[in-house]
Design a protein around this ligand. Structure first.
Ligand code: 8ID
Ligand code: ZN
Length: 352
């Protein structure tokens, strides 16, 4: 397999400037790394945060973004055994590109919390290019026979919401309110929630997202842009009007992060996953205590969460809509995403 010296990539030159589609050199994998020829990459709202530079976490610049990459291994370092990855294997590059595997966090399978974690499309170049490098230990094995385009969004959105649902502690038959249900994470959250036997209240805006949420399994759709009292609307959509057993916060705006404890059921949990810039979680101490509400964050997933989320998908339980577009369209997709106009996920076709 011949690997070129140069490749097409979307490059953000400085924070806040749109990506530039241009040729850059192909990198060579280190001893513990694989080089993956990208076939598809999902576009996550995290990539837009990275472009804007709106998080309190410095990124590399210039930056090739992207962290939902599905493709084929075309080269690997000497330390990568064949039972890890062989040339020709399908592989996924995720947000967690690499971690030290020896710190306390890594030792207890909290790799995303490793202080030395390397992040695809943030601290190292990501999947908006033809050839991406990943540490073999953290790259995902993609199960045989699954389509690589639909697999791409599983690699961040799918794993993240699957982990978030587990962290919520919600049990089969209970109700989860999904805030930002019409977006990339939200569309997958509904499918995972359904597969896990949960009942779903979807919260987002507009009729296109309403239709999508209803087709994905939501029992109720609450349009935050036209509903005067979202809190009462969520409560009245739950059995007994007691509120949702769990709330998954996936929105990229602060308000729902302040509001969720008002419609979560007593002894329920609020799981923050979305990362709106500069936002704060806020809840009254009194009601949080006397209603025994848990508020927690959830951040991507560990290696086993990845295996499990991909397995749900490979078994045909997860079918979320996505739109395909060429890699050259990334700038336009960022604009639509910033305006909240994307129902589901965009998946970029990486040129051969
Ligand atoms: O590990 C993590 N915690 C993790 C992993 C991946 C992504 C966190 N994220 C973060 C992203 O960085 C981003 O901040 O999750 C957030 C959502 O990512 P996404 O699903 O890729 O974004 P999207 O497709 O743009 O969807 C966001 C949805 O939120 C809705 C929008 O209409 C859109 O459909 N929304 C907004 I903005 N305000 C809302 C509100 N008040 C709302 N929905 C309900 N109520
Ligand atoms: Zn992501």
């Amino acid at each position: 397999m011949s690997i070129p010296e140069q490749q097409w990539a979307q490059v953000v030159e400085s924070p806040g400037s749109p990506p530039v589609y241009k040729q850059i050199p192909v990198a060579h994998p280190g001893p513990d790394e694989i080089l993956v020829k990208m076939h598809y990459s999902g576009v996550c709202h995290t990539d837009l945060h990275a472009m804007k530079g709106d998080w309190p976490l410095p990124s590399k610049m210039p930056l090739v973004g992207g962290h939902e990459g599905a493709g084929i291994v075309v080269a690997k370092g000497d330390l990568v055994a064949d039972d890890e990855f062989k040339i020709g294997d399908a592989a996924g590059i995720k947000w967690l590109n690499g971690s030290c595997l020896s710190c306390e966090m890594c030792m207890q399978s909290d790799e995303p919390l490793c202080p030395h974690a390397q992040l695809s499309g943030y601290t190292v170049d990501g999947t908006f290019q033809q050839y991406t490098i990943g540490k073999a230990a953290l790259a995902s094995k993609i199960p045989d026979g699954v389509p690589l385009d639909a697999t791409a969004p599983i690699l961040c959105a799918g794993i993240t919401v699957y982990k978030g649902l587990k962290e919520s502690g919600a049990r089969p038959g209970q109700t989860v309110a999904i805030v930002g249900a019409g977006g990339g994470l939200g569309s997958l959250a509904q499918q995972y929630a359904k597969a896990m036997g949960l009942r779903i209240i979807a919260i987002d805006a507009g009729d296109e997202k309403k239709a999508m949420c209803e087709s994905l399994g939501a029992e109720a759709y609450i349009d935050f842009s036209s509903t005067e009292d979202v809190v009462s609307a969520v409560k009245s959509a739950t059995p007994g009007g007691l509120g949702a057993h769990a709330v998954l916060l996936l929105a990229v705006s602060e308000k729902p992060f302040q509001q969720a404890t008002e419609y979560v059921r007593s002894h329920g949990s609020v799981v923050a996953i979305g990362l709106p810039a500069g936002a704060f979680l806020k809840a009254p101490v009194f009601t949080t205590v006397v209603r025994m509400i848990s508020i927690k964050g959830s951040y991507v997933g560990n290696r086993q969460d990845g295996v499990e989320a991909l397995d749900f998908f490979a078994r045909g339980l997860i079918k979320a809509p996505f739109k395909r577009a060429p890699l050259s369209d990334l700038g336009k997709i960022f604009e639509l995403m910033g305006e909240g106009k994307i129902a589901g996920r965009y998946v970029l076709e990486i040129p051969e």
